[in-house]
Write a protein that binds this ligand. Sequence first.
Ligand code: SIN
Length: 326
Amino acid sequence: MGPRRQEPHGDTVTSVDFSTTFSNAWFPTPVFTASGCASSGKELAQFFPLKDIGAVVTKSIMNKARLGRATPRMAETPSGMLNSIGLQGPGIDTFIEKDIPWLVEQKARIIVSIAGETIEEYSTLARKLRSVSGISAIEVNISCPNVENRGLVFACDPETSRKVIDGVRRTIGGELPIIAKLSPDVTDIVSIARGVVDAGADGIALINTVLGMVINLSTMRPHLGGKTGGLSGPAIRPIAVRAIYQVHAAIPNIPILGMGGVASGRDAFEMILAGASAVSVGTASFGNPMAIPYIQDELKTLLEEKGFKQMKDAIGYAHRIDEVHE
Ligand code: SIN
C-alpha cells in the first residue's frame, strides 16, 4: 500500500504510534531539532509550529555570554558543512529569562543543551536549570569540537566525561533526564558511552560533528578562523549509523538520540533501525527550513509501509535481523 499521507501538517491518517521516550520524558514524535542549528527555535517557528515536532534541542548554552570564534565560521564541503562557531550564546541567565519562556509559550517540548569549559561549569549550569519548569531533558554537550584546547573535549576521555555527567546528575537530582552528547572522534565510543551511563546519563546523543579542516586555495591557509571545524551533513551519516549501532548493541536499554546528516525520512528510519529512539535534524534545515516536518511525515509513512504499528518496535530492528541470519 502506498503512502496515505502527502502534506506535512495534514491531519494524521496513519495509525502508527509515533511517540518515544527518554527515561521519564515523553515526546509525541521522534524527530527533534539538532542543537546549534536553530538557536532556540525562533527562526524555524516562522515555518512551522514548534509544538508539531518532537522537541527543540537548544543551542548549547554556557554560563557566561560568548561571542564564539573568529570568522569565517562556516565552509561548504561535498555532502557536508564545516562549522567553527565556538559556542556563541547569550549565557544561561538570559537564556532562562528569555528563551525558555518563549519556547514554553510555543508549547514546544524543550531539551536544553549545556556546555562548559570545566567540570564545575556544567554543575553550575545544572544548578541554574534545576528549578526551571517546562524542560523535558538536559543534553550535556561534552563533545564540542570548536574549543581552543582539544584537551577540553571531555568526551574524548572516559574519565572526564564520566566526571562531568556525575556532577550534573548529582546537582540536578533524579527527575530530569540527562542525555550525554558524544564525539565520534574516539577509538572506542562504546567505552565512553558505558562510562557516562554508569555516571548517571539516561540517554546518549550520537554523534557530534567530526573534526575537519578546509584549506582556502587562494590564501593557501586554513579557511576557517578557528582553523579546524566540525563536519556535519550527509557525509558523516554512515559514521553516525555505525556509532548508534555499536552503542545500541552494547547498551540496548539506553535510549539514543541519533544525528549526523539526517536529510530524509529514510535517513531517520536508518538511524532508528540501528538503535536510535529519536533523531535530530540539523544541517538539512539550513537548506530547507521545512526539513523537519517533511522528514517526520516521510518517516511515519515508511513505518506504516513496513508494517510497524508503533515506532518503538523499529528501534534497533537491524540487530534483530542479524540474530536471524547468524
Ligand atoms: C559550536 O558552537 O562550535 C558547535 C557546537 C558543537 O558542535 O558542539
